[in-house]
Design a binder for this molecule. Sequence first.
Ligand code: ZN
Length: 549
Amino acid sequence: MHIIRKITFIFILIHTVYYSFGQDRKVYTRQDSLRGAITKERAWWDLTYYDLKVSVRPSDSSISGTNSIYYRVLTPYQKMQIELQKPMKITSIIQNGQTLNFTREGSVYFIYLKDIQEKNELNSLTIEFNGQPKVSELPPWKGGITWSKDKNGNDFIANSNQGEGASVWWPCKDHPYDEPDSMQISLTVPQNLTGVSNGRLRKVVENDDATKTFIWFVSNPINNYGVNLSVADYAHFSEVYDGEKGPLDCNYYVLSYNLNKATKQFRQVPEMLEAFEYWFGPYPFYEDGYKLVEVPYLGMEHQSCVTYGNGYENGYHGTDYSSTGWGMKFDFIIIHESGHEWFANNITNRDVADMWIHESFTSYSENLFLNYHYGKKASSEYVQGVRLNILNDQPIVGKHNLNQRGSGDMYAKGANMLHIIRQIVNDDEKWRSVLRGLNKEFYHQTVTGQQIESYIIQQTGLDLQPIFDQYLRDIRIPTFEYSVIGKQMMYRWSNCLDEFNMPVRIFINQKAQWLQPKTEWKVLNLNNEKTTVSMDPNFYISNMILINK
Ligand SMILES: [Zn+2]
């Protein structure tokens, strides 16, 4: 019964992931292109700063506010593209004291600037907006805003909009390629509640109308889906972690009645930081600190403000994502969502089609956490266990310029691809230096998947392109075909790309041996007539024995 429950659970999990990630048979519209491409109306200006001010009104589930957008002119042009999704609406746009005209096309606003935009000039405009933002149907997978109540009847409000984009609640340049260099977020909330956002709390202002304004400042580039809005009756506690770059402030905001549970469960934060700084390098946002904030949904990787709703228990909502037992050794949300600080927030995809940069590395971070605290065997068993979640339905890389992610296999299959590469590198110190190198080379940048692949190929000096192509862009799992006749073994790869040539470790009479199969047959001379052959389970491949006599 337990197993059936587990499988059902995994199916639901995968189904939801798939539901939101599926791209099959989708007909692409002009809205998809406007959203997913770096259009002319986006390309001419470089975002430098957002000053977002938001009032949250639980009484009618509405939000109103202003966003001042600061930018540098790259190429003079006077038409600007901004997104804000219905039913939210922009009511006015002002630049240099002048009211600007704008038109709306679905979620896209085109703004007609009056002043000539000079190259390299720094400009800004202020957008006023309001409305009742889309209510999240299944947070965080089908997101928007969640308006809920805690057990004491207090408002418990949070955003989750990774798929929908930040423009589901505030107007912004809703494409991952361009991030502001810094951002201020001011949350005005009823005076009995606390508003939590990214970065550091600068100031709390008591207003005359029974509200308070919490002013937060993020001093690093931030991806817009990670901008956080959490409002609740929070209790706060903190600690200082002695990390690679010095003292790191860790702040925790939890529902007041969960304080005891949280102080116990969040002991995993320093354990997480220790493991991830070892594998990936320093936490990427020391200036902004690290936060864990309780929300009414499972969790999300909001930058320097990781959201948490895993019920203060280990596993994934109390279930082992890997079915190996190892998944119950840690709190999936603390580990996974914090792993995203390195892969998603530090290194961000320029196009969501390359979202494997976020999810493959972060899924892989789960077994590196285990590796650090429980050893290599735990890590290896875990990554094999998560294969139960792979669908091989569609390629992991999605369609570019259409705001289209690839398959949900970017999680478990992507983690397995990285685990295979680790085997082939066959030198954990070197592999660790590649992972740390990625976080240094692409520090606070938005990148393409190809940049990540090229960097790994260059640093390892290995011919990994066929592996990336096979596991990221094809759905077939390569088959190691072999036959043993007398003292001769023949072997090849099948069910794969023609150029697939991945080295593989197999065991011949229990002795490890590396082979370099190609899609053409190769021959290996054996010492004995009676030979047993088995695969190294660290490779996510299938195998087929044709003859053994
Ligand atoms: Zn993730």
